[in-house]
Design a binder for this molecule. Structure first.
Ligand code: ADP
Ligand code: ZN
Ligand code: ZN
Length: 682
């Protein structure tokens, strides 16, 4: 039989979603699937040129130049080429087309093409590597201070006992320098090192620091790379001499690279939830996968952070990991002073200037006049600007998802942050037809606008998903701020990540409340981590930094703990809470989500699935419930939560879960349902 592509089947059958049908035909062995891999990797080439061998020697060159007297642009190109090889009159070498054109200044590609056509220049495409910037090697390593040295020793002790190590070092304690030393030891042994960072922390800063120490031995790998660039990294690793040492600095997917002689894995910012991949499948957690990778490869593993995840700190306290602490900042700078601003006070006195309390306005003023810099932070989650009807409180929602649309001023449109659906801003309310529609909530764009109104002379830039879509835009924003071309940096989560700025003295969290109120058992943990991380960007040098947290609930316990830098206090309260409700780390959670286009079909099906699961797992099954966003891309979703004891055999759980799900589908002959399973959701 001849094979068909899935696309062809769709066309012939005139059905849009043929996958479920194909799947059931495959299960019945009516058809077989074949997959073919296509090589789409293209080498990068550069157009190079050299002068033809016919023009060797003074005489030939003079004749050539004379013959071009009436084509000055062409003549100029030949002269430019010759000037690149002073004193040379033959045996010509290749130069890139681009550099030749630049050198000649006034000349044009047309003139150059004419010369190539005449055979004066001979062209050739040369394959080059996309992996640029590997030429910064200076072999300069920082000298560790006493605290760093003893941390290094303790880490090595942990490794000697074959234990994973958790390095809990406050922001600015100099963890990176400790990593560099550890990497150096591995490279000296000819081993490979994987250095994992959350995507958004993979900045030019850290790349630079590594390249200065290790030059060409550094490979970078992340999702903003093109497919081609990734193939080159893959090849560089798989073709490398396994004993020559190599460092791969990468985001989560680099755990899947073909390492050969892995000696050490470093997971920096181990608490970061972005290590978990949600879409597309597989839903894996890179920190946990790195743990497995290290075990397989008999490599050491180090988790580093200034705000450990509850899970990792729990493991360290239980002796499963070795705990190493660094409690002082490098160079003796002190942690910034954190103040909590009660928004109720200024609101009552009508002293709020938009989103800015009078304290914040004063502090910004002070900081700027001392020629210091400011970071303003706004958590995006659940707190984006939306439009609301003043009369009936109607808010425009996405047509496919159960979520309000976010207002984007630059394009003057409302957009859905889940599916990208966009809508022109309505002129009147859908419900009551009132035209009194106003903005509610705020995002980074709003902050930028208000800041510019309050401080017209201050230069600010904004770093969020919208301003950093291209590969280099992060770099530019960070670079501008680092070199003090901008005085204020406004941003989301992105500004909290491992950035090391010299001159930042004030950091403000414009509203802590949305974070604290997020409906998730990890909300307090996230808030603690996020606020401490952002705060850690302030006062990293001589002068004492300041942090202002604006809130409607200043008495909140988490805020007090943050203010006192009391991680252990926070951890103990949080752990007691988790224990009471049997949440991780005292159990493991599995989300089972069922999706369907129609709520009327979904509700009974989800109930039925839940009872199948209950028949096997008993009261470990909670739900089904609608998650915070109950409809995404036109599919309603309902979620069951499984709480599994830590002692349970995971493979047994997996088999049972699979069986129950299969039985449920068999018994119910359901169509067009989708099922999603997420183990250890974050
Ligand atoms: P962390 O990652 O723990 O927040 P960093 O590693 O970024 O801290 O270090 C904070 C600052 O201190 C950086 O500017 C770094 O260059 C500097 N620093 C740390 N250790 C040393 C050292 N041993 N020698 C010189 N500078 C150091
Ligand atoms: Zn209305
Ligand atoms: Zn949507």
């Amino acid at each position: 039989m001849k094979e068909l592509k899935v696309k062809d089947v769709e066309g012939i059958a005139g059905i849009k979603t043929v996958y479920p049908i194909i799947k059931s035909m495959m299960d019945k062995r009516l058809i077989v699937a074949e997959e073919e891999l296509k090589e789409i990797f293209k080498q990068k080439t550069v157009a190079m040129l050299k002068l033809s061998a016919d023009y060797s020697g003074q005489d030939a060159l003079h004749q050539l130049l004379d013959s071009l007297n009436r084509a000055p642009k062409q003549q100029e190109l030949v002269l430019a080429y010759m000037s690149m090889f002073p004193g040379v009159t033959g045996d010509w070498e290749l130069v890139s087309r681009k550099s030749l054109l630049e050198k000649s200044g006034n000349s044009t590609p047309t003139a150059l093409n004419a010369l190539v056509k005449k055979g004066v220049f001979q062209g050739e495409d040369v394959v080059v590597s996309r992996l640029t910037g590997a030429d910064k090697l200076q072999n300069k390593f920082p000298d560790l201070n006493e605290l760093q040295k003893s941390a290094l020793n303790e880490i090595n002790e942990g490794f000697a006992e074959s234990k994973p190590v958790l390095l809990f070092g406050i922001t600015g304690s100099g963890k990176t320098e400790v990593y560099l030393e550890l990497i150096k030891e591995q490279i000296a042994k000819g081993k490979q090192v994987l250095y994992l960072l959350p995507e958004i922390a993979l900045t030019a800063q850290i790349i630079q620091r590594l390249r200065i120490c290790f030059g060409r031995k550094v490979q970078i790998y992340h999702s903003k790379f093109s497919e081609n660039e990734r193939v080159e990294v893959w090849n560089a690793i798989s073709e490398a001499d396994p004993d020559s040492g190599m460092i791969v600095l990468g985001a989560r997917s680099s755990v899947f690279l073909p390492f050969k002689n892995l000696g050490l894995v470093i997971v920096d910012e181990e608490h970061e939830t972005t290590f978990k991949q949600h879409e597309p499948n597989p839903k894996y957690h890179a920190r946990d996968s790195a743990m497995v990778l290290a075990k397989f490869s008999k490599a050491d593993i180090l988790l580093g952070t200034a705000t450990p995840s509850v899970e990792s700190y729990f493991n360290a306290k239980a002796g499963k990991y070795k705990l190493v602490r660094m409690n002082e900042r490098f160079g003796g700078s002190v942690l910034p002073e954190i103040s909590i601003v009660d928004l109720r006070v200024d609101t009552k006195k009508r002293k709020m200037k938009g989103l800015f309390s009078s304290d914040l306005v004063d502090e910004i003023q002070d900081t700027i006049s001392q020629k210091k810099q400011v970071i303003l932070f706004q958590n995006r989650r659940g707190f984006s600007p939306m439009i609301e009807c003043q009369n009936c409180h109607w808010v425009p929602h996405c047509v496919q998802c159960d979520i309000s649309l976010t207002y984007h001023k630059q394009i003057h449109q409302l957009r859905c942050h889940y599916c990208g659906y966009s809508l022109n801003v309505p002129s009147k309310c859908d419900e009551c037809k009132s035209t009194d529609l106003r903005m509610k909530g705020f995002g980074t764009e709003k902050i930028e606008e208000e800041l510019t109104e309050l401080f017209p002379d201050v230069s600010a830039s904004r770093m969020d998903l919208d301003t950093t879509r291209s590969k280099y835009s992060y770099h530019k924003i960070i670079d501008d701020f680092e070199n003090e071309r901008t005085q204020v940096l406004i941003g989301t989560q992105m500004v909290s990540k491992g950035l090391d700025f010299n001159n930042v003295n004030l950091v403000s969290i414009l509203s802590a409340d949305a974070m604290l109120n997020y409906p998730d058992f990890r909300a307090f943990e996230r808030s603690f981590q996020l606020i401490s991380q952002v705060a850690g960007r302030a006062g990293r040098r001589e002068t004492l930094g300041k942090v202002l947290i604006q809130t409607w609930k200043p008495e909140h316990e988490i805020l007090k703990r943050i203010q006192e830098y009391d991680f252990d206090g926070f951890f103990n309260t949080e752990l007691a809470e988790r224990k009471t409700h049997n949440y991780p780390p005292f159990s493991r959670i599995i989300h089972v989500t069922l999706k369907h286009e129609h709520q009327s079909a979904l509700d009974p099906a989800a109930d039925a699935l839940a009872s199948w699961l209950r028949s096997a797992f008993g009261d470990r099954v909670l739900g089904p419930e609608y998650p915070p966003v109950s409809r995404v891309r036109n599919l309603f979703q309902k979620r069951m939560l499984l709480k599994i004891e830590n002692e349970a055999s995971l493979s047994k759980v997996k088999t049972t879960l699979r069986e129950q799900i299969d039985r449920f589908f068999e018994a119910n002959k359901l169509k067009a349902f989708r099922l999603m399973i997420d183990v250890d959701p974050v």
